[in-house]
Design a protein around this ligand. Structure first.
Ligand code: SF4
Length: 230
């Protein structure tokens, strides 16, 4: 946790004129080694993994290992680790997946907010409390809930969140993947444009919002990790 106070309005204006690589470099120069990135190893995850690991090789990659991932996600994760020598740190619920299932059963159906809190929000908060800043690959165009994200935000007291590709659209992402010959998640070509835990993810139909397949049977649209903590 940093005691440093950034002027976020000024800094966001400064970062607006920079490329994603320069935004990442700015954060690394200021906060390394107390900085990490996060990845779901989802549909477009290779982009941020490649960007952050190119600027800062060996950066810690926090992965929320909920125990509910598609096998394809875990295979994709292994492929990325092997190819780019990623330094992945698995974050799990305190009680572990087996005990979680014993205690809560199908919590993703009865109370998905609580399920995400135990398996995602809490483990990530605990990991982030040991760094000063972190990177996320979310973009403004992905969803209404993300339309106002900034390049850098006050996430938790003393912990800054950087969104270096906040301004990229899907064409920018596709261009970067092609230009760098990046692997893509095997389910993306089957209509899974946003990929989270298997019980809470379906493929989207043509014309649907890319995140329409997440928590389809509930009002939920975000797992909660991108919500600023007071
Ligand atoms: S996405 Fe679904 S299964 Fe995964 S933690 Fe959230 S509610 Fe649970």
């Amino acid at each position: 946790m940093s005691s440093e106070k950034l002027n976020l309005d000024t800094l966001n204006k400064e970062l607006e004129a920079k490329s994603p690589q320069e935004r990442i470099q700015w954060a690394v120069d200021r906060f390394a080694p107390n900085i990490a990135t996060t990845s779901s190893f989802g549909a477009d995850a290779s982009v941020m993994l490649h960007l952050t690991n190119s600027v800062h090789p060996g950066i810690k990659v926090f992965f929320l290992e909920t125990g509910f991932h598609f096998k394809e996600t875990l295979d994709f994760r292994d492929q990325m680790v092997e190819k780019y020598k990623l330094n992945v740190v698995d974050l799990t619920a305190d009680m572990g997946h087996e005990k979680f299932l014993e205690k809560y059963g199908e919590l993703h159906q009865s109370d998905p907010e609580k399920c995400c809190y135990i398996n995602k929000v809490k483990p990530l908060e605990e990991a982030l409390s040991k760094v000063d800043a972190w990177f996320s690959g979310i973009r403004r165009g992905q969803a209404k809930t993300r339309a106002d994200i900034k390049y850098v935000e006050d996430y938790m007291p003393g912990i800054y969140k950087f969104n270096p590709i906040a301004d990229w659209n899907k064409d920018d992402v596709a261009h970067y993947i092609k230009e760098n010959d990046l692997p893509v998640h095997p389910l993306k070509s089957k209509g899974f444009l946003s990929i989270g835990c298997q019980p809470c993810t379906r493929a989207v139909k043509p014309g649907e919002d890319p995140r329409a397949g997440r928590w389809d049977s509930s009002e939920k649209t975000e797992c909660g990790i991108h919500v600023r903590k007071k």
